[in-house]
Design a protein around this ligand. Structure first.
Ligand code: FES
Length: 107
């Protein structure tokens, strides 16, 4: 299992990823989306599993869901499951802080 540093500090994260905002990052040559709900960080696919719409346009809710703006499919940010199972689940990655305060993502 490998991991990559997403942000060097929590401050760097909060400066770049606003609360409920979605930012696209490149990790290991792969585009991923990062969002934040207060202190909880979620990493997921950069394109919608339904029809590849960019997830940077999606809307994040306080309940931990992300809704694609094209056909309004809604995905759980933890499990990636679409609310009505209308398409495959969104791929999600686990993000966590190490002992140095860096935010890592598991590949
Ligand atoms: S492309 Fe995202 S819901 Fe259809």
């Amino acid at each position: 299992m490998s991991e990559v540093i997403l942000f060097n500090t929590k401050e760097e994260l909060t400066n770049i990823v606003g609360n409920y905002a979605i930012v696209t990052v490149i990790v290991n040559q792969e585009q991923m989306s990062v969002t934040r709900i207060n202190d909880d960080v979620y990493v997921f696919e950069s394109k919608c599993p339904h029809f590849d719409h960019p997830m940077k346009d999606a809307k994040v809710s306080p309940a931990g869901k992300v809704t694609c703006t094209w056909h309004n499919y809604q995905f759980d940010l933890n499990s990636g499951k679409e609310s009505e199972t209308r398409c495959r689940s969104m791929k999600t990655k686990k993000a966590y802080y190490n002992e140095n305060g860096q935010l890592l993502v598991q590949l």
